[in-house]
Design a protein around this ligand. Structure first.
Ligand code: CO8
Length: 374
C-alpha cells in the first residue's frame, strides 16, 4: 500500500466578472420586458408578474459579491439571459477541456511534474458538455498524457469524490500519478431568469495533482483519509438529459431543464448532514478540533460555512482558519473548496492538518483530511 499526497493544484479563472449591481440591473430590465410582454395575462390573473431582484438580498442571503463567467454579454442581455458560446467543430477542443488544460498545467507546474509522468485523468464536474467521448479522454489527449481517463459527476461533491477515487488507486498501486480536474461552467446550466437562484453560480476550472507521497518533488499535503456519503434528495435537481427528445414537445425551454433547488430545505437538511459527517470523519481519525488548522469548505453560502465552522471547531473560526472565496467567485459547484485550498494552503507549516469538504446535490458530502509535509 502507498500513501497518496496532493502535490500541486491550479485554478483557471475566467477574465470576465459580473458584479451584483450589473446582475441585478440586467435582471430587472428582463423583468420589465417580461411583464410588459405579458401585461394582458398578468392583468387577467392567469400569469404572475415577475418581481425585481435586489443587491441587498443577494449579499445578505449568500455573501456573494460578484462571479467570474466565460461570457457575460449574453447573460446580461435581457433578451438572451444565458451565456453564448460559438459551436465548436469536432476537431477543435471542447470548452470544458480547454479551460481544464489551463488549470491542469498550473497544477503540474506547481508539483514540478511533466505530463509524461501522469497515468490517470479524472474529469469530475457537475455537468458534462457532451455524453461521449469522455471529456477526460480529450483532456488527456490535449495534455499529451498516457494511461487512462474518465468522467464522473457527483454535482458539488465531484472534486472530493474524485480525490477519493484517485487516492484509492494510488494506495492500491493501480496508478502512480493522477490529475483530478473540475471544469465548472455553471453559467450554462443556471437559469438566469429566476431571481431565486440567478445570483448563485459562476464559472471556473480547478485541478489537483495526486501522487505517491515518496514521489513528491517538494512540500505536499499527505492525504490521511477521505470519506464520501450520499442520501437521495430532489431538493437540488436538473432534469435535462438524453431522454429529452423522447418526451412530448415543449421541453426545450422548460424551467426544470436548468438548475432547480429548494434553497431553504437544502440549507436546513444539508447543514446537519455535513456537520455530522465531518465530526465522524475527525473522530475516526482521532483528530480533535484543536488539531485542525484549516477548513476548506464548499463555497455555496457564507452563513452555511460560518455555521459549519462553528460546529466543527466548537467556536467562531478566525477568517484565516476557514477562508471563503465565494464573495469573489460565487458558488462554483465542485471547484469551490479546491479554489479555497489552492489559494489558502501555502502558509501551513509541516505537521498542520486541514480538511477539504464539499456538499450539495445528491445530497452528497465528501471530506479529505490532509497533513502538510516537507
Ligand atoms: N432578490 C430579492 N428577493 C429575493 C430574491 C432576490 N434575488 N430571491 C428570492 N427572494 C425572496 C424570496 O422570494 C422570498 O420571499 P418571500 O419570503 O416573500 O417568499 C425571500 O426573498 C426569501 O427567499 P429564500 O427563502 O429563498 O431565501 P434564503 O434566505 O433561503 O436564501 C439561498 C436563498 C441563498 C439560495 C439559500 O437558501 C441557500 O444558500 N441555500 C443553500 C443552497 C445550497 O447550498 N445549494 C447547493 C446547491 S449547489 C449544488 O449542489 C451543485 C448543483 C450543480 C451546479 C449547478 C450549476 C448551475
Amino acid at each position: 500500500m502507498h500513501t497518496p499526497a496532493i502535490t500541486g493544484s491550479g485554478v483557471f479563472t475566467p477574465s470576465e466578472t459580473i458584479t451584483n449591481a450589473e446582475l441585478v440591473k440586467a435582471f430587472n430590465n428582463y423583468v420589465d420586458l417580461y411583464n410588459a410582454e405579458n401585461a394582458d395575462e398578468i392583468a387577467s390573473g392567469t400569469l404572475e408578474a415577475k418581481a425585481y431582484s435586489s443587491e441587498e438580498f443577494i449579499l445578505k442571503s449568500s455573501g456573494i459579491e460578484q462571479r467570474y463567467v466565460i461570457d457575460k454579454t449574453g447573460i446580461l442581455d435581457p433578451k438572451v439571459m444565458h451565456p453564448r458560446f460559438a459551436q465548436r467543430k469536432d476537431d477543435e477542443p471542447s470548452l470544458m477541456a480547454e479551460i481544464s488544460v489551463k488549470a491542469a498545467r498550473q497544477a503540474l507546474e506547481n508539483a514540478q511534474r511533466n505530463v509524461d509522468e501522469i497515468d490517470l485523468v479524472i474529469c469530475a464536474a457537475s455537468n458534462m458538455e457532451r455524453a461521449y467521448p469522455a471529456i477526460a479522454v480529450e483532456m488527456q489527449d490535449l495534455l499529451g498524457i498516457n494511461g487512462f481517463a474518465f468522467d464522473m459527476n457527483v454535482a458539488c461533491s465531484s472534486a472530493t469524490f474524485g480525490i477519493q477515487a484517485a487516492s484509492d488507486m494510488i494506495r492500491s498501486g493501480s496508478v502512480r500519478k493522477a490529475l483530478v480536474i473540475n471544469p465548472e461552467i455553471c453559467s450554462a446550466h443556471l437559469e438566469w431568469r429566476d431571481r431565486d437562484c440567478h445570483f448563485i453560480f459562476g464559472d471556473v476550472a480547478t485541478a489537483v495533482l495526486l501522487e505517491r507521497e515518496e514521489d513528491a518533488a517538494s512540500s505536499y499535503f499527505q492525504v490521511k483519509s477521505t470519506r464520501c456519503a450520499t442520501v437521495f434528495s430532489n431538493n437540488i435537481r436538473n432534469n435535462n438529459g438524453f431522454l429529452r427528445r423522447t418526451r412530448p414537445a415543449g421541453m426545450a425551454d422548460r424551467r426544470d431543464m436548468q438548475f432547480m433547488q429548494n434553497g431553504r430545505k437544502v440549507f436546513k437538511e444539508v447543514l446537519p448532514m455535513v456537520s455530522a459527517h465531518i465530526a465522524a470523519h475527525m473522530a475516526d481519525e482521532g483528530v480533535g478540533a484543536d488539531d485542525l488548522k484549516r477548513l476548506w469548505l464548499h463555497q455555496a453560502n457564507k452563513t452555511m460555512n460560518d455555521f459549519i465552522g462553528r460546529k466543527v471547531l466548537g467556536r467562531t473560526p478566525e477568517p484565516a482558519e476557514q477562508p471563503n472565496i465565494l464573495q469573489d467567485y460565487a458558488n462554483t459547484s465542485s471547484a469551490g473548496s479546491i479554489i479555497a485550498f489552492s489559494k489558502y494552503s501555502n502558509d501551513l507549516a509541516p505537521g498542520d492538518k486541514g480538511l477539504i469538504c464539499s456538499f450539495g446535490a445528491g445530497y452528497s458530502v465528501g471530506s479529505v483530511l490532509v497533513e502538510r509535509k516537507g
